[in-house]
Design a binder for this molecule. Structure first.
Ligand code: ZN
Length: 408
């Protein structure tokens, strides 16, 4: 009997270690890997391979060249492809993708930070925060929107904006910043002002960069646009010099969070998706370039601390079914987009003038929703080699935790 039990234990042990080896072959040799102290997790909402290629072609076309002018993040030494399907569809929505990217679990489209049965899931930002690393959540769309929200909230519907927003102060995360709120006083405008809720929860709320500077030193900071400017930050194409930018918010997050404890910053370029839903080529290109500018702030930081900084750049899905080409022919004429001066511009008759320009330029679109194609991932710094090759969106948060020696 004893021998049989002993044999059983040996079999179970052998099976478990075989399973472990099968489950996580990519983590082999992690012992020698240097642990990053500062982690940037950039998510370009709707930024597929085509959006990246289009932005690179646009930069080349500005110089009159037929080429692809690299963005700094596309030259990162490690890259790969990420599958994006959700639990309910080949074509994910941002909340299901955000949940996968933040918790490592797939859920149904429309659900946020919960599994398909509605059970709450834990974002890796909580595990990281619990380990003593300060956390910052940044986006240029509203901070209660699907992608940023999936890093701090749980809700059966991504549209429960107020229910999502009131979860912010409960996190204790050290920094929130970017766009404001979709429903600052609730869906029926009868709830407590969310900025008050944040203040009562121990957050110093700064409206605009000047206020941020004057309130520096606060323990927990929430930075939004100046009073009177609500919701999402303006599109790059519509921006005035007085407007807050994603790049500035990322810089503020670094400034606020920087300490010997390190930090974890999730920053979303959320409006690539919005302009791609409208099939607006030039606005989408300029949003990718704007997102790239924000990543450059992290890259500057990386250059100071190359042995301690990990930057990951990926996307939640592709939007618009964008293509470099249209219907028939081999020409892309991006200079035809030049007359467009603002986002979703319409002509006097009220028809979208940008649609005509997209046609002339041969910028193709196949849907006004998302597509189910894989998206790119680029990374640099200690731990980056875990983000090489083919992976699923649920692998990314698991690998971030593994790099930090944390388990969910
Ligand atoms: Zn979308």
């Amino acid at each position: 009997m004893k021998t049989r039990i002993f044999a059983l234990i040996i079999t179970i042990l052998a099976l478990t270690s075989a399973l472990n080896a099968q489950e996580r072959p990519q983590f082999r040799g992690m012992g020698q890997m240097q642990k990053p102290k500062f982690i940037f997790y950039f998510i370009g909402d709707g930024m597929g391979f085509a959006q990246v290629s289009m932005a690179e072609a646009y930069l080349a076309s500005q110089k009159g060249e037929i080429s692809n002018h690299p963005l700094s993040f596309t030259t990162f030494p490690v890259s790969g492809m990420v599958t994006t399907y959700s639990a309910s569809s080949y074509i994910t929505c941002s909340s299901a993708a955000g949940t996968a990217l933040s918790t490592g679990v797939k859920t149904n489209n429309g659900m946020l930070g919960v599994d398909p049965k509605g059970n709450p899931l834990r974002s890796i930002s909580y595990d990281i925060h619990k380990s003593g690393i300060p956390v910052g959540i940044v986006s240029n769309v509203t901070i209660d929107h699907a992608t940023p929200a999936s890093f701090y909230a749980n809700s059966n519907s991504r549209n429960n904006y107020y229910e999502i927003a009131v979860q912010m102060p409960q996190t204790g995360f050290e920094f929130f910043g970017g766009g404001g709120f979709a429903q600052p006083t609730g869906p029926d405008k009868d709830q407590k002002d969310i900025y008050k809720v944040l203040e009562e929860g121990g957050y110093t709320v700064a409206r605009g960069l000047q206020e941020y500077v004057s309130k520096k030193g606060a323990k927990k900071m929430a930075l939004f646009q100046e009073r009177g400017k609500e919701a999402d930050l303006p599109y790059a194409i519509d921006r005035t010099p007085a407007d807050l930018t994603l790049k500035q918010v990322v810089a503020a997050a670094i400034d606020h969070l920087y300490s010997a404890k390190g930090f974890f910053i999730m920053a979303e370029g959320g409006k690539i998706d919005w302009s791609a839903h409208s099939n607006d080529g030039l606005t989408t290109i300029l949003e990718v370039l704007d997102f790239s500018d924000a990543i450059d702030v992290a890259l500057q930081f990386y250059k100071k601390y190359p042995n301690e900084t990990l930057i990951i750049v990926t996307a939640d899905h592709e939007t618009g079914g964008m293509t470099l080409g249209r219907e028939k022919g081999y020409e892309l004429k991006l200079n035809e987009l030049a007359p467009q001066k603002r986002s979703m511009a319409v002509d006097k008759e009220g028809t979208p003038a940008y649609a005509e320009l997209n046609k002339k330029a041969n910028v193709g679109w196949t849907t006004s929703s998302h597509s189910g194609v894989a998206v790119p991932i680029f990374s640099i710094g200690p731990g980056s080699r875990l983000f090489s090759g083919r992976m699923d969106n649920t692998d990314i948060p698991k690998r971030i935790l593994a790099i930090l020696g944390l388990q969910q």
